[in-house]
Design a protein around this ligand. Structure first.
Ligand code: PBG
Length: 324
């Protein structure tokens, strides 16, 4: 007989063996959850390593077929495309030109991997000579002029075969403008994944190198203040009301509360972006011997599912799939 001071409920019973733990596990991460963000650069002929993101490359536009074959072999099912432009100007006009990098890259990726879900990041910062996410007027990004260009860019991307348009510039009304513009151009079936709660984060640091951004200042006049949680609900729910098909929280790990709160407020599919700085933290800590890399990657990804994400954008995608 056990004494009444010992526990009746023993949580450890279901943790005793791997088999039991597998049976009661609430979340998992598979290829169906993952989107790989990747960089294609024009005018280069070899992969260029990104020093702030060990293991990640800028791939040559001319080798899209080879790169996509490798990703298909790894089991990657969805990608988010970023172009590294050599044709920058004040408005980022290359991104809404029919023969620009965004159009060519989208067409070539779709041709090389027809079954891959191809998402076009819809923004201007990789294509402007000042690095801001739109048309700058009097030192500020002009919201409504940027919307006009954004619609033109999205139509170019959809015409080139993009399966999803993902606006990331945090302009007011971007989802509504895109929905109307895409519909008017006949793309009524192309969904919008809005970067709806996107914070002005220092964790985008390595991305700026990766994407070759020319930005000197910051994006605090359009991206959200990291201190604001309630505002992030308004931002995302506005995008839902404007017709977004999916919402996103970005970055991921420092914004888990936002993800969990938003999960309770919307039934739309929710994405989370484990950004470049989060990738770098795990990579460099593992390189220093401070963390076991494989389990750190898995724990970070499964925690996003637990917090409420349906989709995860992660630079670890191919590696995670190869290891699992
Ligand atoms: C910009 C964009 C950024 C990222 C994705 N889209 C950079 C920024 O907003 O400054 C960052 C992604 C990352 O850090 O991995 N449209």
């Amino acid at each position: 007989m056990s004494s009444s001071t010992y526990p009746m409920t023993r949580m450890r019973r279901l943790r005793r063996t791997a088999g039991l733990r597998d049976l009661v596990r609430e979340n998992s991460v598979t290829a169906d959850d993952l989107i790989y963000p990747m960089f294609f650069e024009e005018g280069i002929d070899a992969d260029t390593p990104i020093t702030a993101m060990p293991g990640i490359m800028r791939h040559p536009e001319s080798q899209i077929a080879r790169v996509m074959d490798g990703l298909s072999e790894d089991g990657v099912k969805a990608v988010m495309l970023f172009g590294v432009s050599h044709n920058k100007d004040a408005t980022g006009s290359d991104s809404f030109s029919r023969d620009g990098l965004l159009a060519r890259m989208t067409r070539d990726v779709k041709k090389a991997a027809p079954h891959m879900v191809v998402m076009a990041d819809a923004c201007f910062c990789e294509y402007t000579d000042h690095g801001h996410c739109g048309v700058v007027e009097n030192g500020d990004v002009h919201n409504d002029q940027t919307l006009d260009n954004l619609v033109a860019q999205a139509i170019v991307a959809a015409d080139a075969g993009a399966d999803v348009i993902a606006p990331s510039g945090m302009m007011d009304g971007m989802v509504q403008a895109l929905r109307h513009g895409l519909d008017a151009a006949g793309h009524t079936q192309v969904p919008i994944l809005s970067y709806s709660s996107k914070f002005a984060s220092t964790f985008y640091g390595p991305f700026r190198e990766a994407a070759g951004s020319e930005l000197k200042g910051d994006r605090k006049a359009y991206q959200m203040d990291p201190a604001n949680g309630r505002e992030s609900m308004r931002e995302s729910l506005l995008d839902e009301a404007e017709g977004a098909d999916m919402l996103m929280v970005k970055p991921g790990m420092p914004y888990m509360d936002v993800l969990a709160r938003l999960r309770d407020r919307t039934d739309l599919p929710l994405a989370v972006y484990q950004v470049s700085g989060e990738y770098a933290m795990i990579r460099f800590a593992a390189q220093a011997g401070a963390l076991d890399e494989s389990s750190a990657i898995h724990e970070s990804l499964v925690s996003f599912k637990r917090a409420g994400a349906d989709l995860i954008l992660s630079y670890f995608t191919p590696e995670y799939l190869r290891r699992s």
